[in-house]
Design a binder for this molecule. Structure first.
Ligand code: AMP
Length: 607
């Protein structure tokens, strides 16, 4: 892998570099290393990159560098296919602009209150991130003005095409100043996107991540589909049950290496961080400790782990997905050394699916889906370890037991209790901190639930297409929503026991509900954040299983404990009006509280 430059080598604004350093980014991802210099030089970009490659920072960092914060007019417009992506991109800009004073970014998308949007636009934002329909609305109204626009980004252009937005995108492009800079990012390059690129990009620099790679056949590869915020719990469960000798866990940032290593140590694992902030001597010492069995787990960034060759590394855990297949191959090549067999596990968030497929395609190897070990499996493992400990103590420490033998024999006699009873009491005390009988916390239920899984190879395309089809339909609905049509969707109000005080943002709630309940995000209505709780409108008639599954979901480490808001929560005052027409009960779709005698109308689409 050619060494990407360090961030400091890129001519980014000092405030941007500072934010990136604080986020713990150690080096630019391949797409960033390629794209940033071109964007800074004012060139157009045609980028082939999926989610997970770091493409957001690839355009956000250089564009932020070029923004004039003394001018509140819109200088950068980012078009995204969905509102989640609009929120994510806006949040990313905000993160990278932590030290850029006077910077404002505004996400605009359908479903949001128009008046608030108009007010915010009036106040001004140098960067606007929006879905095409809403951006068009504002351009037509004159509430969004682009005469000072310097750059436009088309993010996930192929998704916008699939959702039928391509005409809107072209319309918007036609309404931007001709001398603007254009960056088009797309996971694939179907002909209509190529056509847009040919038409609207001027001598673009083409950037893409290298696809060729190969992995050793002695490495077993698995992936686990992440649900929300439970990665840490999933990791500990796997660590308990996997029979590993030594392991390297890969994360993306320096900060994450330290945090994760500390958390693992606190949970009793012998783990240490290794990252680019550590000097060479310290890094080597850490690797030596791994070689000499003094350490079992290294938590590493790609840079720090480059070239590590330790035979006893039996497992590689991709806790954060790598940027591309090449990085994946490098990572998993840290195991299966010296002809041994190895195992690689990859955590994939639902939105990173495409990167998983890309890795499989590039390496021409199937990565098998794995389920998390069950509570029973963890219990069995702990009992085995306990039995093992008893046996070794009885055999190897026999000479040290005499004193206790006497003591307990006497206790048994005086108190008239059997040896088994005493042993049980002692065993109970021994395992108090780490119970042998594992009651997996409720969070785990989120992981146990069979998720809509990736289809078999041949079916994937079809399924992807139908998934897209769903999104298409959803988005079209959103587009229609510019008129009053959305009001057709009857909604109920739910209360979530997480709020602003927990650091929760609307995007977190949309993401969690869309991913966990499989509810199309376009059917997620108003979200109101309060201090300790939030309310969200969801389509009436949510199936019981979905609700009870959702109850176990965590956001920002807090159980959301979702419940139908019956008005007693104090959230009542802000309960939005039901969107279905009042009156004729037969017309009203079934709700959670309804008696089953009435034939419920099929719930609205839950994927
Ligand atoms: P994206 O492909 O833009 O969705 O980014 C995926 C994730 O990678 C985000 O969580 C980013 O914060 C993270 N990320 C992007 N660039 C870097 C980098 N150079 N180093 C570490 N993490 C990064």
């Amino acid at each position: 892998m050619s060494l990407p430059a360090s961030f400091a080598d890129l001519a980014l604004a000092p405030a941007v570099l500072k934010a990136v350093a604080e986020l713990g980014y150690e080096q630019p991802s391949p797409i960033q290393a390629q794209a940033i210099p071109h964007l800074l030089a004012g060139r157009d970009i045609l980028g082939v990159a999926q989610t997970g490659t770091g493409k957001t920072a690839a355009f956000a960092l250089p564009l932020l560098t070029q923004i004039d914060v003394n001018n509140n007019q819109t200088q950068v417009l980012v078009l995204t296919p969905t509102r989640e992506l609009a929120i994510q991109v806006a949040e990313a800009f905000q993160r990278y602009a932590t030290h850029t004073k006077g910077f404002h970014v505004l996400p605009i998308y359908g479903g949001q209150d128009m008046r608030a949007q108009l007010r915010q636009l009036q106040r001004g934002a140098q960067v606007v991130v929006g879905t095409p329909g809403r951006v068009m609305d504002h351009l037509r109204r004159g509430s969004l003005q682009l005469d000072k626009l310097q750059a436009i980004v088309l993010d996930e252009a192929d998704e916008m095409l699939r959702m039928g937005f391509i005409d809107d995108v072209e319309w918007i492009l036609e309404h931007t100043p001709e001398q603007r800079q254009t960056a088009l990012f797309s996971a694939t390059m179907p002909p209509p996107i190529k056509k847009v690129a040919d038409r609207y990009l001027v001598e673009p620099a083409e950037v893409k991540i290298s696809p060729e790679s190969s992995t050793g056949s002695n490495i077993e590869q698995h992936y686990w589909m992440v649900s929300g915020t439970n990665k840490m719990d999933a990791l500990t469960r796997i660590l308990e049950v996997e029979d590993f000798d030594a392991m390297i866990i890969f994360v993306r940032t320096k900060t994450a290496t330290v945090e994760l290593a500390e958390k693992l140590e606190a949970r009793g694992f012998s783990a240490s961080a290794i990252n680019g902030d550590m000097n060479q001597a310290l890094r080597e010492r850490t690797i030596d400790r791994l070689k000499q069995n003094k350490l079992d787990i290294l938590v590493a960034t790609d840079v720090a782990a480059r070239g590590i060759d330790v035979e006893r590394v039996s497992h590689v855990m991709n806790y954060d997905i790598p940027y591309d297949s090449e990085a994946y191959v490098h990572r998993i090549g840290r195991t299966g050394r010296a002809g041994r067999s190895g195992k690689a596990i990859l955590f994939v968030a639902p939105r990173e699916r495409r990167l998983l497929y890309a890795i499989e395609k590039a390496t021409n190897q199937r990565i098998e889906r794995m389920e998390l070990p069950t509570g029973d499996a963890v219990t069995k493992q702990r009992i085995d370890q306990f039995n093992q400990l008893l046996t070794t103590t009885l055999t190897e420490q026999r000479n040290k037991l005499d004193f206790f033998y006497e003591l307990l024999a006497e206790f048994s006699q005086t108190h008239d209790v059997s040896a088994e009873e005493i042993a049980s009491a002692l065993a109970y005390l021994c395992q108090k901190e780490r119970p042998l009988q594992v009651q997996l916390a409720d969070v785990h239920a989120a992981q146990d639930r069979p998720r809509r899984d990736r289809p078999e190879r041949g079916e994937r395309d079809r399924s992807e297409r139908s998934e897209r089809g769903d999104r298409d339909r959803g988005e079209k609905r959103e587009r229609r929503e510019r008129g009053p049509k959305r009001d057709d969707v009857p909604m109920d109000l739910y209360r979530l026991e997480v709020g602003r005080d927990h650091g929760v943002k609307p995007g977190d709630i949309v993401g969690a509900i869309a991913n966990e309940a499989g509810i199309d995000s376009r059917h997620i209505g108003n979200i109101r954040l309060q201090g300790e709780f939030s309310t969200v409108e969801l389509p009436t008639g949510m199936p019981k299983e979905t609700l009870s599954h959702l109850r176990k979901v965590f956001i920002r480490s807090q159980p959301i404990n979702i419940s139908l808001d019956t008005g007693g929560s104090g959230a009542n005052h802000e309960r939005p009006k039901k969107r279905h027409p009042k009156g004729d009960r037969a017309e009203r779709p079934a709700r959670l509280g309804d008696k089953p005698a009435k034939k419920p109308r099929k719930p609205k689409k839950y994927d």
